[in-house]
Design a protein around this ligand. Structure first.
Ligand code: DAH
Length: 331
């Protein structure tokens, strides 16, 4: 009985072998039944019950082995190993990821390493440590998403917060590039979205000048948009940089001649930049007498629009596969 209960099989063929061994015409149990006529009359009843039990048990065990094997399907004898494989559908990288990677790549070649910070941030890292006055309009409820019931916890509105995250744990020299998603409380349209992507750059060392910044940004523009690309810097204002500037590149859609994308000016703005404000260095534990720095922040969607001529920001988050498939070649 124990022998029958312990029967094992790894394949349908093995199960069939067991059936033949025990239950077929020449099987062990069938042989026992044939011997039955030699059993003495007074034992017939008892032995008969035992043999029947044994036969049923064997049948049960073999059936159950067959069922388990069928459900796990370890051996499918119908596999045609000569058949050509079905094509595996590969996904494609999202255009924002493609452009982000390209930006990281260019700056990596210039010695910048990667740094990241949280998207759910506190007021200190997003605003205070970046030299925003308490009444600065950027803190306004209209622009910033707050975590309900925690007025100090917000969704970061820019990746400049990662500058603070880096400086608080590292002394110069600092050369980092910080890509990430940012959030602003804006009505969604073709030109604005409530979330988008930025790449922040921060360079802090002794003797850093605005010339270094300009040269790095020129090199970036040429690498990204082609050797013929020109840049121009316009004075601007950011609380965390002094002096501050916005950088335009010659419109790569019309080559600078003027088109609807560049509003017929021949130039398009791609980033904000400047020399790190001494207050920002001090607020983050870096001696502003000893060190200087430059920083810049660029919008990934903006660069992608320019590079791939995408006109509607919403395309990036709707995930229409027909749109995404267009970037297959760039993958
Ligand atoms: N944080 C700015 C924004 O979101 C972009 C920016 C401007 C970043 C100038 C910088 C900078 O690092 O120096 O609009």
């Amino acid at each position: 009985m124990a022998e029958v209960e312990a029967l094992q099989a790894k394949s349908a063929t093995e199960v069939e072998a067991l059936r033949i061994k025990y239950l077929s015409k020449k099987g062990k149990i069938t042989a026992l039944m044939a011997d039955f006529r030699n059993v003495s009359a007074d034992q017939k009843r008892e032995v008969g019950i035992k043999i029947n039990e044994l036969k049923n048990k064997a049948q049960e065990r073999i059936n159950s082995l067959r069922e388990t094997l069928a459900s796990t399907d370890t051996e499918d004898e119908n596999i045609d190993i000569t058949r050509t494989a079905y094509p595996i559908k590969l996904g494609t990288r999202h255009p924002i990821t493609l452009v982000k990677n390209e930006i990281i790549d260019i700056f990596a070649r210039l010695g910048f390493s990667l740094a990241e910070g949280p998207e759910v941030e506190d007021d200190w890292h997003v605003f205070s440590s970046m030299n925003f006055a308490d009444d600065h309009p950027a803190r306004d409820m209209q622009d910033t998403f707050f975590v309900e019931s925690h007025p100090d916890i917000i969704l970061r509105t820019h990746t400049s917060s990662v500058q603070a995250r880096v400086m608080e744990r590292q002394q110069p020299p600092i050369r980092v590039i910080c890509p990430g998603r940012v959030y602003r409380n804006e009505a969604i349209s073709a030109r604005a979205h409530c979330f988008f992507h930025q790449v922040e750059g921060l360079y802090v060392d002794k003797d850093v000048s605005f010339t270094d910044l300009k040269q790095v940004l020129l090199l970036f523009a040429k690498e990204m948009f082609g050797e013929e690309t020109k840049i121009r810097l316009r004075p601007s204002y950011f609380p965390f940089t002094e002096p501050s500037a916005e950088m335009d590149i010659s419109c790569n859609i019309c080559g600078g001649k003027g088109c609807s994308f560049c509003k017929h000016t021949g130039w398009v703005e791609i980033l904000g930049c400047g020399m790190v404000h001494p207050n920002v260095l001090e607020l983050n534990g870096i001696d502003s007498k000893k060190y200087k720095g430059y920083a810049f922040g660029l919008g990934v969607e903006r660069i992608t629009n320019l590079k791939y001529n995408v006109k509607d920001l919403r395309m990036f988050s709707e995930n229409d596969v027909r749109f995404l498939k267009e970037f297959e070649a760039a993958n």
